[in-house]
Design a protein around this ligand. Structure first.
Ligand SMILES: NC(=O)c1ccc[n+]([C@@H]2O[C@H](COP(=O)([O-])OP(=O)(O)OC[C@H]3O[C@@H](n4cnc5c(N)ncnc54)[C@H](OP(=O)(O)O)[C@@H]3O)[C@@H](O)[C@H]2O)c1
Length: 157
């Protein structure tokens, strides 16, 4: 099972200067709950971004895969040079946690999406790539304050 999780605002904004454009504690908690003890994959820039939030604390995942083409390695992560080879051959359940580039590459492989809709327009410079949400069906939706937590599963053809 390949899942993807992200939060986006009403313009599909997801990032600002390699950080989140907002601070929603309920979304951070949701992200933590959904990814705790999961194997996750992220792009190099998202790894650097997460490290600024976690500083010296260990990343709270089962296994951490970091994709980059330039062969940069980290002591707390497993390097993935070719994300397509990785996703085609992995036997693990994997959660894709960003960022824009990696979401775009992995969308065709995603079975489940966890989208947090931020019901506001924020400022930033990285947007989720446009895609066809009608390939997925909504399976749950919960609203809290200015956030909607929605889960989708890929429709069977
Ligand atoms: N709102 C949210 O839920 C959320 C979640 C996560 C991230 N974000 C935001 O997203 C932004 C970062 O997104 P981004 O697109 O700039 O960076 P990214 O997706 O985190 O990482 C991009 C990296 O992926 C590597 N890459 C590209 N193609 C690859 C391939 N085929 N195989 C292996 N590696 C490959 C590249 O490595 P090389 O450097 O070697 O070329 C590139 O540096 C930040 O602003 C962050 O805050 C938001």
């Amino acid at each position: 099972m390949i899942s993807m999780i992200w939060a986006m605002d009403e313009n599909w904004l997801i990032g600002k200067d390699n950080l989140l454009p907002w601070h929603y504690p309920k979304d951070l908690q949701y992200f933590k709950n959904m990814t705790k003890d999961q194997s996750v994959i992220m792009g190099d820039l998202t790894y650097k971004s997460l490290k600024t939030y976690y500083k010296t604390k260990p990343l709270p995942f089962k296994k951490v895969y970091v994709a980059n083409i330039l062969d940069v390695t980290y002591t707390d992560a497993i390097h993935v040079k070719d994300i397509f080879e990785f996703i085609k051959h992995t036997k693990e359940d994997i959660c894709v946690i960003g960022g824009k580039t990696i979401y775009q590459l992995m969308l065709p492989y995603a079975d489940r999406l966890y989208i947090t809709y931020v019901l506001k327009a924020h400022e930033g410079n990285v947007y989720f790539p446009k895609f066809n949400l009608s390939d997925f069906k909504l399976v749950s939706k919960k609203m809290e304050d200015q956030l909607i937590f929605a889960t989708y599963e890929r429709s069977k053809i």
